[in-house]
Design a protein around this ligand. Sequence first.
Ligand SMILES: [Zn+2]
Length: 475
Amino acid sequence: MNRITIADLWLRFYLKFCLFFSDIFRVNEHSLYQMEYRKQATTQDNNTRSLPLRLLLFLAGLVVATTLFAVALDIPAERPGSAIPLEIPVRPMAAEPQPTRPSANPEPLLVTIRSGDTLSGIFDKVGINQRELHRVLKQKKARQTLRTIQPGKQLSFLLGKENQLQTLSYAIDPTQTLEMHRDGDGFRATIIQHPLERRMRFASGVINSSLFLAAKKAGLSHKITMEMADIFGWDIDLALDIRSGDQFSVLYEDLYRDGEKIRSGNILAAEFTNRGKNYAAIRYTNPEGRSGYYSPDGMRMRKAFRRTPVEFSRISSRFGKRYHPILNRMRAHRGVDYAAPTGTPIRATSSGKVVHKGRKGGYGKTIILKHGKRYNTLYAHMSRYGKGIRAGKMVKQGQIIGYVGQSGSATGPHLHYEFRIDGVHRNPLTVRLPKALPIDKKYRDDFKAAAEKMLARIEQHKGILVAQLSRQKAE
Ligand SMILES: [Zn+2]
């Protein structure tokens, strides 16, 4: 082994030792939080406050290692420098103090917001004067957006001379970013919109036990499943009418940005076969920009009343005479019971006015809604009321008015639901409800053309699926 190789080996050890020495103390010196923070920072990393300490430790390591090195090899400490290539990255940095920050650094500094962070705290950490923050917040758009910075999201800073803020950006959500650009003494605020790419998707399924499970198996997101339940929930009682063998097909959109799926979009068209009867719905946006779902013959899917006040529940007691378990005798049951876990949301079956909110004997916590002149609905045994629900207030169809419970005389958590027309109790499951509205006459032709196209698309996808299945069976 010649002397150069030995020198080389020692040098490697020597440099590693110096680095190790400076590194090990760095870990001790910084809290985990700062470690995280440093990871987020890009080139600004070297300019954080801890640098002098790191340098000092590195130099200390250098001294110790140099002494060891000199003793072990009995050669002057300066000489091995010529035996190794000069591009070892650490040396120049250790030899002279860190150069001052260049006048304009093109690399943005990314800071991930953590819970408990404040804007002024973040500005402090980055080393920007608080006056700059005041200038930023003078802009209304910035105030509105930055007032509610959310943990996990990122702020991006571009700094200039003497840590003067040049650009600040904040991704509000995947579709928009707030950008602040220096403009003289102040800032200019812009909200940049990122258009999402729409990709059409098709899914189809056969229900064995529940619509929810079948939809999941078909790969539908929760949002699309709920939307489908909402579209067909006017015609089909999803708590009562679903049978094993029922089928659905959905044509919908997924929204992408830069090749990454952001979320599900809207259902474009869907079919549902319930107990042998076919239903179809097509989304139509009229030239004025209003959207809605319509049956192929142009009737609105949305009706004045929805059939079910609780999604994904089961009917535990029907309208009519029944044995009353608490009163211990036969008694008329003047509503329908939906069994569901405590806390399941209860939704107004139609828009209307709250005419009663409070305890009502055996009904427990109860809400009564009045819809127009003739209709009343009642919801009993709630565990608690919906947010902002008060007597005299208007509620929208589908709005959460309370949550399933077992207040009053109830043997288990369920919703007792009553439907009254002109003060007379009617069976909510069979009562004839007000008819739906047809599509505006002037849009009918436009709608028909759009609907035919969409339904043909569903048929086409179903055909592909059937062919795939039979090929799989043949293999
Ligand atoms: Zn009941």
